[in-house]
Design a binder for this molecule. Structure first.
Ligand SMILES: Cc1ncc(COP(=O)(O)O)c(C=O)c1O
Length: 343
């Protein structure tokens, strides 16, 4: 397969509508004390927990392209339904407020619904309309029903998250941009690209990073750690992640032949279930906090970090390897899990 030049990839991204929401570039921090504590490869953190808007996270970067596209098509209301502690809902509500879009959120009445803390506390600050749905209701269906109702009322709705094909692809496109950003930062430090790029991802973030590496012909192993598995409605398989890589490339005007065999996305660190803290994630979070003063959350970034720590301890990475952990954020969830932390 012939590869795409950096200039062509940057050019293709620049043609897309984009709403500026994030503080970019996000910092790239070398983590000497974590590296030393684990005794393995050198580790950098790419701080997408620091994208700025409403406590930051990977979705702020994604919303730049999703909502840029929405505005260019005359969308006037965005609809999202997910777990009650959804980070995307928080970042979406803030972005919608900033861009003057109406926002309807349909949180599930799950185990964290009653205790209004963390993300749930925050979304209410941005004026979003909150319409809770039963814990076992399909959020995908609820969003589609809501969008149909809004259309019947003459509104121009756009669904985000699970089931929203175009939005998920645009979310990946944003991470093609993040990959280029990381490359430029490492170059400025006179460092080569990492051998391994770890990220907590269901689909879009990993697919964007992977699509960028494949299109550019870089030999960077993208190691996705999935916060959920096939029991969850929002789970996406390696086949679906590969399809999202192809769709992201396609949207940028390039052809990418990639299938599930190239996708490393592990469900080994989910623990008991999505949204349930795991001992390994809590331990990894403590280690990071005590060595680098960086926080991760128990639902997403903590589980991703537990994947990296476990791989290093298992000897799967060589000391000569170079790792970047892309921190996707999720920090407000810490407050809704306060009972899980030793005092
Ligand atoms: C903190 C955090 N990390 C990772 C993800 C997964 O992102 P993606 O679906 O783009 O892979 C999410 C999604 O909500 C998230 O909130």
């Amino acid at each position: 397969m012939s590869h795409v030049s950096r200039a062509n990839l940057e050019g293709a991204l620049a043609l897309l509508p984009r709403a500026r929401l994030a503080h970019l570039p996000t910092p790239l921090d070398f983590c000497p004390r974590l590296t030393e504590a684990l005794g393995g490869p050198r580790i950098w953190f790419k701080r997408d927990d620091c994208t700025g808007l409403a406590f930051g996270g990977n979705k702020v970067r994604q919303h730049e392209y999703i909502l840029g596209d929405a505005l260019s098509r005359g969308v006037d209301v965005v609809v999202q339904g997910a777990a009650s502690q959804s980070n995307q809902s928080r970042q979406l509500a803030a972005a919608a407020a900033r861009l003057g879009l109406d926002c309807i959120l349909m949180p599930r009445k799950d185990a964290h619904f009653e205790h209004v803390q963390g993300n749930q506390l925050i979304v209410r600050r941005f004026g979003a309309t909150v319409i809770p749905i039963d814990a076992n209701t399909s959020a995908k269906q609820a969003k589609q029903d809501m969008a149909a109702r809004l259309e019947a009322e003459g509104r121009r709705p756009m669904i985000l998250g699970m089931g929203a094909e175009r939005a998920l692809t645009l979310a990946s496109v944003a991470y093609v941009g993040a990959y280029l950003e990381l490359w430029a930062q490492l170059e400025a430090l006179d460092e080569p690209m990492p051998t391994h790029l770890y990220v907590t991802s269901q689909v879009s973030t990993q697919a964007g990073l992977q699509a960028a590496a494949e299109l550019l012909g870089h030999n960077v192993k993208i190691c996705g750690i999935n916060p959920m598995d096939a029991r969850n409605e929002a789970y996406e398989s390696p086949d679906e992640i590969a399809a999202r890589c192809r769709a992201a490339a396609d949207l940028l005007g390039f052809r990418l032949a990639i299938d599930a065999e190239r996708i490393n996305n592990s469900t080994d660190f989910v623990g008991d279930d999505y949204g349930k803290p795991s001992a390994a994630a809590q331990e990894a979070a403590e280690l990071l906090a005590r060595t680098e003063g960086i926080l991760v959350d128990p639902v997403y970034s903590g589980k991703g970090l537990s994947g990296l720590v476990s791989d290093i301890k298992a000897g799967s990475l060589r000391k000569s390897d170079r790792v970047v952990f892309l921190h996707t954020g999720g920090l407000p969830a810490i407050f809704s899990y306060s009972s899980q932390y030793p005092l």
